[in-house]
Design a protein around this ligand. Structure first.
Ligand code: CMC
Length: 430
């Protein structure tokens, strides 16, 4: 509506006709031409590969201003949440819309701690996978099979079941992730310890000694918590859009999140954090020549991208990357020797941001550029990096799935196409 209360519209003219589209305004950010009557009124569809110009829903969860480098969860700037909150608080905020009071936070935390253990059959299932399988493949499988282990929590129409599935997923994902890691390095998995906090216990279950004892490094605990906060949601990214698409068919929360884990695995999305580290190792092994690597990236024939750079939405510094870079400096400066991969990343960034190829295309470091050097310093192998992204993104996936479930405007996701194949031809005609 405009200020005088009239509906704002845009006139679409095309050969042979015209159509009026409402122009919708959100709280802030892009306005939207509403095209939902377009096909029925004009017989035409929109063509938008990668949905770069398409808003698939209205959402109240996360706001991004990609030009200004702004990210807010439920209205709170990411920098304030990073400075003052915890991952559990942020998870509650993202899912329920408001920060929890102390009683709500205590109850939430207790529910998660009480449900962290895995049933013996699920542990046996995880133990049956090949030890060298990628942890993301196992994570997606484990989340999917939760629909089998908790079959009384799969009905998306039942709010109590949805609340229960929400708690079970949040509670068990760190245990599953730690179990997968321990198997991959040939160590017996550890049971959760409900006297510890969510992040502390995840690190203990991952790196603890054989009897479960662990000296937790306070800075690593805080760093892990902060990294999870910074990954908690990012509006309609590829994996969240996947969770929504799968959920739109009224599939279970587990099936939808499992699909999201698989979408996250790709190197253009969450898999980029692993790819960045592998790229830095490759540059180091070739003698640390940043200039020739950048020359290769700029040569389109090489099909090489500067991993951890560029973003569909940010045309400015990704605000998460700024936070993570500061954290990486804090952690790596404690080491006796400078971290060669962090030094390389800093040199790559400086060179890229002084190069018109990157500045003209507004390519800046994204969330994945510096996170890997921190995970590496903590002791995680590269294959676990995207699993850590998934642990962080879980509240966002859940929040979007739940929001869509209650959205009266939501419909099954079913895009159109512009058909460019053969016109009708006959099997026996040639
Ligand atoms: N290195 C070199 N060139 C790039 C890069 C890059 N990382 N990213 C984009 N470009 C170029 C691209 O070649 C194109 O150039 P031209 O206009 O000459 O054809 C231009 O920039 C626009 O690129 P695009 O592919 O149309 O951009 P997109 O919005 O479709 O893709 C992206 C976004 C994130 C997939 C892409 O920037 C990329 O592949 N980055 C590297 C992978 C990465 O770091 N992914 C993590 C993304 S952030 C966290 C997450 O989503 O999980």
């Amino acid at each position: 509506m405009s200020e005088d209360g009239k509906e704002r519209v845009v006139e679409l003219r095309y050969e042979g006709g015209a159509h009026t589209l409402p122009l919708l305004t959100g709280t802030e950010g892009d306005e939207a031409f509403e095209t939902k009557t377009l096909l029925s009124a004009t017989g035409k569809v929109t063509l938008d590969p990668g949905f770069a110009n398409t808003a698939a829903c209205q959402s109240k969860i996360t706001y991004i201003d990609g030009e200004a480098g702004i990210l807010r969860y439920r209205g709170y700037p990411i920098e304030e949440l990073a400075a003052h909150s915890s991952f559990l608080e942020v998870s509650y905020l993202v899912i329920h819309g408001e920060l929890p009071d102390s009683g709500q936070l205590k109850e939430f935390s207790e529910q998660l701690r009480a449900n962290a253990a895995l049933p013996a059959e699920m542990r046996a299932m995880l133990d049956a996978f090949p030890r060298d399988a990628h942890p993301m493949t196992l994570l997606a499988s484990a989340v999917n099979t939760m629909a089998a282990f908790y079959a009384d929590t799969v009905d998306p129409k039942d709010s109590e079941q949805v609340d229960r599935a929400t708690i079970l997923l949040l509670a068990k994902l760190p245990t599953i992730a730690a179990h997968i890691y321990r198997n991959s390095v040939g160590q017996p998995p550890l049971e959760p310890d409900d006297s510890l906090g969510y992040v502390e216990d995840f690190l203990r279950m991952t790196f603890g000694g054989l009897s479960g004892e662990s000296e937790l490094d306070a800075l690593f605990v805080r760093a892990m918590d902060l990294l999870l906060i910074l990954h908690a949601d990012h509006e309609q990214n590829c994996s969240t859009a996947t969770v929504r698409v799968v959920g739109s068919s009224q599939a279970s929360l587990y099936g939808s999140v499992s699909a999201g884990v698989n979408a996250l695995f790709g190197p253009l999305h969450g898999g980029a954090n692993q790819a960045v580290l592998e790229m830095l190792e490759e540059i180091r092994d070739l003698g640390g020549d940043v200039d020739s690597y950048l020359a290769k990236v700029k040569d389109k024939e090489s099909k090489t991208r500067l991993m951890g750079f560029g973003h569909r939405v940010y045309k400015n510094y990704d605000p998460r990357s700024k936070e993570i870079k500061g954290l990486a400096a804090q952690i790596l400066d404690r080491q006796a020797e400078p971290d060669e991969l962090f030094e390389l990343a800093l040199r790559l960034e400086a060179k890229a941001l002084a190069d018109p190829y990157f500045t003209d295309r507004k390519l800046y470091p994204n969330v994945d550029f510096y996170s890997g050097v921190i995970y590496r310093a903590m002791g995680f192998p590269t294959s676990m990096f995207t699993v850590l992204f998934a642990l962080g993104r879980l509240p966002g996936w859940i929040a979007h799935w739940r929001e869509q479930r209650l959205d009266p405007a939501a419909r099954i996701a079913r895009p159109r196409q512009l058909y460019t194949g053969h016109a009708k031809r006959s099997y026996s005609g040639s």
